[in-house]
Ligand binder design. Structure first.
Ligand SMILES: [Zn+2]
Length: 318
């Protein structure tokens, strides 16, 4: 190949990368919760076909609701992670999909972290809401731990399920979670941390750090937890996968998704969380609500509505 042709290819590749960079959104958004700074970090987005994901609602009805709120199906869906900083801790909640959704979707967590001014080595602790690939996929790259100084915390039930025979429990289950790939990937993602003794399971509701506690919300997965940060009278609940398709599941809390392993408990946990959030007016941060996924919930008759946080250049929450 002639030099000019190679040069042209290089230039067009650079222009293409620059165009992608130019049009990429900022990957972080910060809020102040009492004495803590919380930074929403984008891992990117992934197209989700809501008619396949939500299994107990007619496809035509789902499409109609999405059209009413100007969304296409498949819908571009956020994958959010959250960093809590305060004292000498930098605690990450969930790690996104890493490379497990392929090169085009997800995997931007480390870019967003650096954009916000932190390096992977700065992370002291990681709290996993659960082990599904879009929450644990960012832990490991090419068999090596991405977060070299972090200790992983997660519910013991979750760890046992994915590492020790959960597949057998689900032999007759039709959940989308039941595929062998999910179990293999879970093991791979945790392997370097387990090898180094950097996985610390906890049991149910615990105070994990000053101002930060876990709340068992088993259903979506057998050890799914949400986390609650509380400081100086302010509260932020990290919901993990209590909700996926905001446009549908706030107006209809009975809409369950294919990845909910225990659908009836997932539904109960979701309703309980909605009711508490609407009653208390506390802030929510949810992994799959439109980035930054931070807002509040209001009850209107039998339904709930999502109220996204007001944009604040300084991180105010009201
Ligand atoms: Zn998820």
């Amino acid at each position: 190949m002639k030099c000019t042709a190679i040069l042209l290819m290089c230039i067009s590749a650079i222009v293409c990368v620059q165009a992608q960079e130019k049009h990429r959104q900022s990957g972080f958004y910060q809020v102040q919760i009492g004495e803590f700074n919380v930074i929403a970090l984008s891992d990117g987005t992934v197209p989700v076909d809501a008619t396949e994901l939500i299994q107990n609602k007619p496809a035509a009805e789902i499409k109609k609701i999405l059209e009413e709120v100007y969304l296409e199906n498949p819908t571009e869906t956020s994958i959010n992670c959250y960093l809590i900083t305060g004292g000498n801790k930098r605690i990450l909640i969930d790690t996104g999909a890493g490379s497990l959704f392929g090169p085009s979707f997800g995997g931007l967590l480390v870019n967003s972290l650096k954009e916000a001014g932190y390096q992977p080595d700065d992370i002291t602790d990681i709290l996993l809401t659960h082990i599904h690939k879009d929450h644990s996929g960012g832990l490991t790259k090419d068999g090596k731990a991405v977060f070299t100084n972090a200790t992983i915390h997660l519910d013991k039930k979750e760890l046992d399920f994915w590492l020790n025979g959960g597949k057998t429990v689900m032999a007759s289950d039709n959940s989308m979670s039941a595929s062998q790939d999910n179990f293999d990937e879970a093991k791979k993602m945790l392997a370097p941390y387990l090898k180094d003794g950097r996985v610390k399971p906890f049991s149910g509701n615990q105070l994990l750090f000053p101002g930060l506690r876990s709340v068992a919300t088993y259903g979506h997965t057998p050890g799914h937890n949400i986390y609650v940060l509380e400081s100086k009278g302010e509260k932020l609940f990290f919901w993990g996968d209590l909700i996926h398709v905001g446009a549908i599941q706030f107006m209809d809390s009975t809409a369950t998704i294919g990845f909910d392993i225990d659908k009836s408990h997932a539904l109960l946990q979701r309703r309980k969380a909605y009711a508490q959030a609407a009653k208390e007016g506390h802030l929510i941060a949810a992994d799959h609500l439109s980035f930054p996924g931070i807002g509040r919930v209001r009850a209107v008759k039998e339904q709930f509505i999502w109220v996204p946080i007001n944009y604040s250049i300084s991180g105010r929450t009201k």
